[in-house]
Write a protein that binds this ligand. Structure first.
Ligand SMILES: [Zn+2]
Length: 377
Protein backbone atom coordinates (compact mmCIF):
# COMPACT_ATOMS: atom_id res chain seq x y z
CA UNK A 1 0.00 0.00 0.00
CA UNK A 2 1.37 3.40 -0.89
CA UNK A 3 1.19 5.86 2.03
CA UNK A 4 -0.75 8.17 -0.29
CA UNK A 5 -3.72 5.83 -0.25
CA UNK A 6 -6.11 5.67 2.62
CA UNK A 7 -4.81 3.72 5.60
CA UNK A 8 -6.14 0.22 6.22
CA UNK A 9 -6.01 1.00 9.88
CA UNK A 10 -8.72 2.71 11.89
CA UNK A 11 -8.60 3.50 15.61
CA UNK A 12 -11.26 1.26 17.16
CA UNK A 13 -13.74 2.37 19.80
CA UNK A 14 -13.10 0.42 22.97
CA UNK A 15 -15.96 -1.24 24.86
CA UNK A 16 -13.66 -3.18 27.10
CA UNK A 17 -11.02 -1.22 29.02
CA UNK A 18 -9.45 -4.29 30.59
CA UNK A 19 -5.65 -4.65 30.47
CA UNK A 20 -5.88 -7.51 27.98
CA UNK A 21 -8.22 -5.64 25.62
CA UNK A 22 -6.03 -2.53 25.85
CA UNK A 23 -2.86 -4.52 25.12
CA UNK A 24 -4.55 -6.01 22.08
CA UNK A 25 -5.59 -2.56 20.79
CA UNK A 26 -2.08 -1.12 21.35
CA UNK A 27 -0.55 -4.13 19.57
CA UNK A 28 -2.75 -3.49 16.50
CA UNK A 29 -1.92 0.22 16.59
CA UNK A 30 1.85 -0.36 16.71
CA UNK A 31 1.69 -3.04 14.02
CA UNK A 32 -0.14 -0.55 11.78
CA UNK A 33 2.39 2.26 12.29
CA UNK A 34 5.35 -0.08 11.67
CA UNK A 35 3.68 -1.45 8.51
CA UNK A 36 3.02 2.04 7.14
CA UNK A 37 6.50 3.25 8.06
CA UNK A 38 8.02 0.48 5.95
CA UNK A 39 6.17 1.74 2.89
CA UNK A 40 7.58 5.26 3.06
CA UNK A 41 10.02 5.79 0.17
CA UNK A 42 10.23 9.56 -0.23
CA UNK A 43 10.04 12.70 1.84
CA UNK A 44 6.59 13.54 0.46
CA UNK A 45 5.40 10.00 1.34
CA UNK A 46 6.74 10.52 4.81
CA UNK A 47 4.86 13.81 5.31
CA UNK A 48 1.53 12.17 4.40
CA UNK A 49 2.36 9.32 6.74
CA UNK A 50 3.31 11.68 9.59
CA UNK A 51 0.20 13.81 9.20
CA UNK A 52 -2.03 10.77 9.15
CA UNK A 53 -0.68 9.79 12.55
CA UNK A 54 0.24 13.05 14.23
CA UNK A 55 -2.14 15.70 12.81
CA UNK A 56 -3.63 17.64 15.67
CA UNK A 57 -7.13 17.76 14.17
CA UNK A 58 -7.85 14.13 13.35
CA UNK A 59 -4.60 12.16 13.37
CA UNK A 60 -4.64 8.61 14.73
CA UNK A 61 -2.99 9.77 17.97
CA UNK A 62 -5.64 12.43 18.50
CA UNK A 63 -8.27 9.73 17.88
CA UNK A 64 -6.56 7.48 20.43
CA UNK A 65 -6.81 10.31 22.93
CA UNK A 66 -10.50 10.77 22.25
CA UNK A 67 -11.62 7.18 21.78
CA UNK A 68 -9.45 5.47 24.37
CA UNK A 69 -8.31 7.93 27.04
CA UNK A 70 -11.26 10.31 27.24
CA UNK A 71 -13.78 7.46 26.87
CA UNK A 72 -12.20 5.38 29.65
CA UNK A 73 -14.10 4.94 32.90
CA UNK A 74 -12.66 6.87 35.80
CA UNK A 75 -11.13 3.89 37.56
CA UNK A 76 -9.32 2.72 34.37
CA UNK A 77 -8.05 6.17 33.33
CA UNK A 78 -4.72 5.93 35.09
CA UNK A 79 -3.87 2.58 33.55
CA UNK A 80 -5.16 3.57 30.10
CA UNK A 81 -3.22 6.86 30.29
CA UNK A 82 0.01 5.06 30.98
CA UNK A 83 -0.42 2.64 28.07
CA UNK A 84 -1.54 5.35 25.67
CA UNK A 85 1.53 7.46 26.53
CA UNK A 86 3.84 4.49 25.94
CA UNK A 87 2.10 3.74 22.66
CA UNK A 88 2.42 7.40 21.55
CA UNK A 89 6.12 7.32 22.36
CA UNK A 90 6.58 4.21 20.22
CA UNK A 91 4.61 5.80 17.37
CA UNK A 92 6.76 8.95 17.60
CA UNK A 93 9.92 6.85 17.45
CA UNK A 94 8.69 4.82 14.51
CA UNK A 95 7.81 7.96 12.53
CA UNK A 96 11.17 9.61 13.34
CA UNK A 97 13.05 6.44 12.37
CA UNK A 98 11.20 6.31 9.05
CA UNK A 99 12.38 9.85 8.22
CA UNK A 100 15.93 9.03 9.18
CA UNK A 101 15.95 5.81 7.14
CA UNK A 102 14.64 7.68 4.11
CA UNK A 103 17.13 10.56 4.44
CA UNK A 104 20.02 8.17 4.84
CA UNK A 105 18.96 6.30 1.70
CA UNK A 106 18.58 9.56 -0.25
CA UNK A 107 21.98 10.86 0.76
CA UNK A 108 23.56 7.47 0.01
CA UNK A 109 22.10 7.51 -3.48
CA UNK A 110 23.17 11.12 -3.94
CA UNK A 111 26.70 10.24 -2.84
CA UNK A 112 26.59 7.32 -5.21
CA UNK A 113 25.63 9.58 -8.09
CA UNK A 114 28.32 12.10 -7.19
CA UNK A 115 31.01 9.52 -6.70
CA UNK A 116 34.27 10.46 -8.40
CA UNK A 117 36.53 7.70 -9.57
CA UNK A 118 39.95 9.30 -9.20
CA UNK A 119 41.53 6.46 -11.14
CA UNK A 120 39.70 7.40 -14.38
CA UNK A 121 41.77 9.24 -16.99
CA UNK A 122 41.07 13.00 -17.04
CA UNK A 123 39.33 14.89 -19.84
CA UNK A 124 42.03 16.38 -22.01
CA UNK A 125 40.98 19.42 -23.98
CA UNK A 126 43.03 19.67 -27.16
CA UNK A 127 45.16 22.80 -27.32
CA UNK A 128 44.45 25.17 -30.17
CA UNK A 129 47.18 26.33 -32.50
CA UNK A 130 47.79 29.00 -35.11
CA UNK A 131 46.01 28.66 -38.42
CA UNK A 132 48.59 27.94 -41.17
CA UNK A 133 47.77 31.25 -42.88
CA UNK A 134 48.22 33.26 -39.66
CA UNK A 135 51.33 31.24 -38.84
CA UNK A 136 52.84 32.02 -42.25
CA UNK A 137 51.84 35.68 -41.98
CA UNK A 138 53.54 35.91 -38.57
CA UNK A 139 56.67 34.26 -40.00
CA UNK A 140 56.83 36.80 -42.81
CA UNK A 141 56.28 39.69 -40.40
CA UNK A 142 59.01 38.29 -38.10
CA UNK A 143 61.56 38.30 -40.95
CA UNK A 144 60.99 42.03 -41.50
CA UNK A 145 60.72 42.82 -37.80
CA UNK A 146 64.26 41.46 -37.47
CA UNK A 147 65.29 43.99 -40.14
CA UNK A 148 63.89 46.85 -38.04
CA UNK A 149 60.43 47.15 -39.64
CA UNK A 150 57.39 47.94 -37.50
CA UNK A 151 53.85 46.67 -38.09
CA UNK A 152 50.98 48.88 -39.32
CA UNK A 153 47.37 47.87 -39.89
CA UNK A 154 44.45 49.56 -41.60
CA UNK A 155 40.71 49.13 -42.22
CA UNK A 156 39.38 46.37 -44.46
CA UNK A 157 36.58 48.67 -45.61
CA UNK A 158 38.39 51.42 -47.49
CA UNK A 159 37.51 54.44 -49.54
CA UNK A 160 38.17 54.54 -53.26
CA UNK A 161 40.69 57.29 -52.47
CA UNK A 162 43.00 55.13 -50.32
CA UNK A 163 42.53 51.93 -52.29
CA UNK A 164 43.07 53.49 -55.74
CA UNK A 165 43.42 57.24 -56.20
CA UNK A 166 46.23 57.97 -53.71
CA UNK A 167 48.08 54.92 -55.07
CA UNK A 168 48.22 56.62 -58.46
CA UNK A 169 45.24 54.82 -60.01
CA UNK A 170 43.30 57.83 -61.37
CA UNK A 171 39.56 57.38 -62.06
CA UNK A 172 39.10 55.34 -65.24
CA UNK A 173 42.72 54.17 -65.11
CA UNK A 174 42.85 50.82 -66.96
CA UNK A 175 44.76 49.22 -64.05
CA UNK A 176 41.51 49.35 -62.05
CA UNK A 177 40.05 46.74 -64.35
CA UNK A 178 42.62 44.20 -63.21
CA UNK A 179 41.19 44.33 -59.68
CA UNK A 180 37.76 42.84 -59.37
CA UNK A 181 36.61 45.09 -56.60
CA UNK A 182 33.72 44.47 -54.19
CA UNK A 183 32.01 47.82 -53.73
CA UNK A 184 29.61 48.63 -50.90
CA UNK A 185 26.14 49.17 -52.41
CA UNK A 186 24.08 52.39 -52.71
CA UNK A 187 26.86 54.99 -52.70
CA UNK A 188 26.23 56.53 -56.08
CA UNK A 189 25.35 59.85 -54.44
CA UNK A 190 28.87 60.19 -52.96
CA UNK A 191 31.87 61.55 -54.86
CA UNK A 192 33.89 58.65 -56.32
CA UNK A 193 36.84 59.08 -53.94
CA UNK A 194 34.60 58.71 -50.84
CA UNK A 195 32.81 55.56 -51.96
CA UNK A 196 33.45 52.53 -49.76
CA UNK A 197 34.80 49.21 -50.94
CA UNK A 198 36.49 46.11 -49.51
CA UNK A 199 40.20 46.79 -49.94
CA UNK A 200 41.71 44.81 -52.80
CA UNK A 201 45.26 45.02 -51.44
CA UNK A 202 47.01 46.12 -48.25
CA UNK A 203 48.62 49.05 -50.12
CA UNK A 204 46.18 51.66 -48.68
CA UNK A 205 47.99 51.14 -45.36
CA UNK A 206 51.13 52.55 -47.02
CA UNK A 207 49.28 55.80 -47.72
CA UNK A 208 47.76 55.93 -44.23
CA UNK A 209 51.21 55.33 -42.71
CA UNK A 210 52.93 58.04 -44.78
CA UNK A 211 50.13 60.47 -43.89
CA UNK A 212 50.87 60.17 -40.19
CA UNK A 213 54.63 59.47 -40.26
CA UNK A 214 57.57 61.40 -41.70
CA UNK A 215 60.55 59.54 -43.22
CA UNK A 216 62.37 57.38 -42.35
CA UNK A 217 59.53 54.85 -42.69
CA UNK A 218 59.99 51.09 -42.47
CA UNK A 219 56.72 49.22 -42.04
CA UNK A 220 55.08 45.93 -42.92
CA UNK A 221 51.29 45.81 -43.23
CA UNK A 222 49.78 42.34 -42.82
CA UNK A 223 46.06 41.86 -43.40
CA UNK A 224 43.02 40.47 -45.12
CA UNK A 225 42.03 41.60 -48.61
CA UNK A 226 39.04 40.92 -50.88
CA UNK A 227 38.54 40.40 -54.60
CA UNK A 228 35.48 39.46 -56.54
CA UNK A 229 37.00 36.10 -57.55
CA UNK A 230 35.06 32.85 -57.78
CA UNK A 231 36.63 30.33 -55.40
CA UNK A 232 38.69 27.55 -57.01
CA UNK A 233 41.96 25.74 -56.26
CA UNK A 234 44.04 28.90 -56.76
CA UNK A 235 41.53 31.73 -56.14
CA UNK A 236 39.58 32.88 -53.11
CA UNK A 237 37.45 36.00 -52.60
CA UNK A 238 39.33 36.49 -49.33
CA UNK A 239 43.07 36.17 -48.92
CA UNK A 240 45.93 37.75 -47.02
CA UNK A 241 48.82 39.98 -47.97
CA UNK A 242 51.89 41.37 -46.33
CA UNK A 243 52.85 44.70 -47.78
CA UNK A 244 56.14 46.41 -47.04
CA UNK A 245 57.29 50.01 -47.38
CA UNK A 246 60.65 51.65 -46.79
CA UNK A 247 61.11 55.38 -47.43
CA UNK A 248 64.23 57.32 -46.51
CA UNK A 249 66.96 59.35 -48.17
CA UNK A 250 69.09 57.56 -50.77
CA UNK A 251 67.14 54.31 -50.92
CA UNK A 252 67.89 52.55 -54.18
CA UNK A 253 66.73 49.54 -56.14
CA UNK A 254 69.78 47.70 -54.72
CA UNK A 255 68.33 48.06 -51.22
CA UNK A 256 65.05 46.59 -52.50
CA UNK A 257 66.83 43.63 -54.11
CA UNK A 258 68.98 42.97 -51.07
CA UNK A 259 66.02 43.18 -48.69
CA UNK A 260 63.80 40.80 -50.66
CA UNK A 261 66.65 38.37 -51.40
CA UNK A 262 67.33 38.18 -47.67
CA UNK A 263 63.61 37.76 -46.87
CA UNK A 264 63.15 34.91 -49.37
CA UNK A 265 66.21 33.10 -48.00
CA UNK A 266 64.85 33.56 -44.45
CA UNK A 267 61.50 32.10 -45.50
CA UNK A 268 62.54 29.30 -47.87
CA UNK A 269 66.15 28.48 -46.96
CA UNK A 270 69.55 29.97 -47.69
CA UNK A 271 70.01 28.13 -51.00
CA UNK A 272 67.04 29.96 -52.60
CA UNK A 273 67.97 32.44 -55.34
CA UNK A 274 65.87 35.42 -56.46
CA UNK A 275 65.53 37.22 -59.76
CA UNK A 276 63.67 40.37 -60.73
CA UNK A 277 61.56 40.81 -63.87
CA UNK A 278 60.21 44.10 -65.17
CA UNK A 279 56.54 44.54 -64.36
CA UNK A 280 53.95 47.28 -63.88
CA UNK A 281 52.11 48.63 -60.84
CA UNK A 282 50.58 52.15 -60.83
CA UNK A 283 52.18 53.05 -57.50
CA UNK A 284 55.77 51.95 -58.22
CA UNK A 285 58.24 52.98 -60.93
CA UNK A 286 60.19 50.96 -61.91
CA UNK A 287 58.23 47.85 -60.91
CA UNK A 288 59.30 44.23 -60.80
CA UNK A 289 57.97 40.75 -60.26
CA UNK A 290 60.17 38.64 -58.03
CA UNK A 291 60.79 34.99 -58.77
CA UNK A 292 62.53 32.52 -56.50
CA UNK A 293 64.40 29.45 -57.64
CA UNK A 294 62.01 26.48 -57.47
CA UNK A 295 62.13 24.99 -53.98
CA UNK A 296 60.83 21.66 -55.28
CA UNK A 297 63.49 20.92 -57.92
CA UNK A 298 66.22 23.18 -56.54
CA UNK A 299 65.95 25.39 -59.64
CA UNK A 300 66.91 22.57 -62.04
CA UNK A 301 63.51 22.47 -63.75
CA UNK A 302 63.27 18.69 -63.57
CA UNK A 303 63.02 16.09 -60.83
CA UNK A 304 62.20 12.41 -60.43
CA UNK A 305 63.32 11.88 -64.02
CA UNK A 306 60.81 14.32 -65.52
CA UNK A 307 59.93 17.99 -65.78
CA UNK A 308 59.09 19.70 -62.47
CA UNK A 309 55.34 20.39 -62.25
CA UNK A 310 55.70 23.12 -59.64
CA UNK A 311 57.78 25.45 -61.81
CA UNK A 312 56.57 24.06 -65.16
CA UNK A 313 60.18 22.99 -65.82
CA UNK A 314 61.40 26.62 -65.74
CA UNK A 315 63.28 26.32 -62.44
CA UNK A 316 61.62 29.56 -61.20
CA UNK A 317 58.44 30.39 -59.26
CA UNK A 318 56.86 33.85 -59.38
CA UNK A 319 56.13 35.00 -55.86
CA UNK A 320 55.68 38.73 -55.30
CA UNK A 321 55.52 42.22 -56.72
CA UNK A 322 57.66 45.21 -55.83
CA UNK A 323 59.15 48.44 -57.06
CA UNK A 324 60.45 51.89 -56.23
CA UNK A 325 57.63 54.10 -54.88
CA UNK A 326 56.30 56.24 -57.76
CA UNK A 327 57.15 59.94 -57.08
CA UNK A 328 53.47 60.76 -57.83
CA UNK A 329 52.47 58.86 -54.68
CA UNK A 330 54.61 61.15 -52.52
CA UNK A 331 52.48 64.05 -53.79
CA UNK A 332 49.44 62.57 -52.04
CA UNK A 333 51.16 62.37 -48.65
CA UNK A 334 53.18 65.59 -48.61
CA UNK A 335 56.61 63.99 -49.00
CA UNK A 336 59.20 65.75 -51.15
CA UNK A 337 60.15 63.37 -54.00
CA UNK A 338 63.35 65.34 -54.54
CA UNK A 339 64.52 64.49 -51.04
CA UNK A 340 63.23 61.01 -50.35
CA UNK A 341 63.05 57.71 -52.18
CA UNK A 342 61.79 54.31 -51.21
CA UNK A 343 60.52 50.93 -52.21
CA UNK A 344 57.39 48.87 -51.66
CA UNK A 345 56.58 45.21 -52.02
CA UNK A 346 53.57 42.97 -51.47
CA UNK A 347 53.15 39.25 -51.20
CA UNK A 348 50.22 36.84 -50.91
CA UNK A 349 50.34 34.90 -47.67
CA UNK A 350 48.34 31.91 -48.95
CA UNK A 351 50.64 31.65 -52.00
CA UNK A 352 53.67 31.40 -49.70
CA UNK A 353 51.90 28.96 -47.33
CA UNK A 354 50.96 26.77 -50.31
CA UNK A 355 54.61 26.61 -51.37
CA UNK A 356 56.01 26.14 -47.87
CA UNK A 357 53.60 23.36 -46.92
CA UNK A 358 52.96 21.77 -50.33
CA UNK A 359 49.20 22.44 -50.20
CA UNK A 360 47.45 21.95 -53.56
CA UNK A 361 44.16 23.80 -52.97
CA UNK A 362 43.79 27.28 -51.44
CA UNK A 363 40.22 26.41 -50.35
CA UNK A 364 41.64 24.03 -47.72
CA UNK A 365 42.74 27.09 -45.75
CA UNK A 366 39.17 28.36 -45.49
CA UNK A 367 37.09 25.18 -45.11
CA UNK A 368 37.82 24.87 -41.39
CA UNK A 369 38.40 21.11 -41.61
CA UNK A 370 40.21 20.15 -38.41
CA UNK A 371 41.81 17.10 -40.09
CA UNK A 372 43.63 19.49 -42.42
CA UNK A 373 44.38 22.19 -39.86
CA UNK A 374 45.74 19.90 -37.14
CA UNK A 375 48.62 18.91 -39.43
CA UNK A 376 50.06 22.38 -38.80
CA UNK A 377 49.72 22.25 -35.00
ZN1 LIG B 1 60.67 23.13 -60.05
Amino acid sequence: MSPKKKSEYAVPKLKDFSTAALDEAVKDLLAAVVREAREVTSESDWKIFRDRWMARANGFLTQVNTLWLKAAPKDAKRDVGQRVNEAKKRVDETIAAALERMQTAASASRLDAERIDVTLPGIRRPLGSEHPVIKTMNEIVAVFRDLGYSVEEGPEIETDYYNFEALNFPPNHPARDTQDTLFIANQESKPLRDRLLLRTHTSPVQIRTMEKMKPPVRVVCPGKVHRNDAPDATHSPIFHQVEGLAVDTNITFCDLKGTLDHAMKALFGSSVKTRFYPSFFPFTEPSADVQISCIFCGGRGYRDGGPCRNCKASGWIELLGCGMVDPNVYGFVDYDPKKVSGFAFGMGVERIAILKYGVDDIQLFFNGDVRFLEQFA
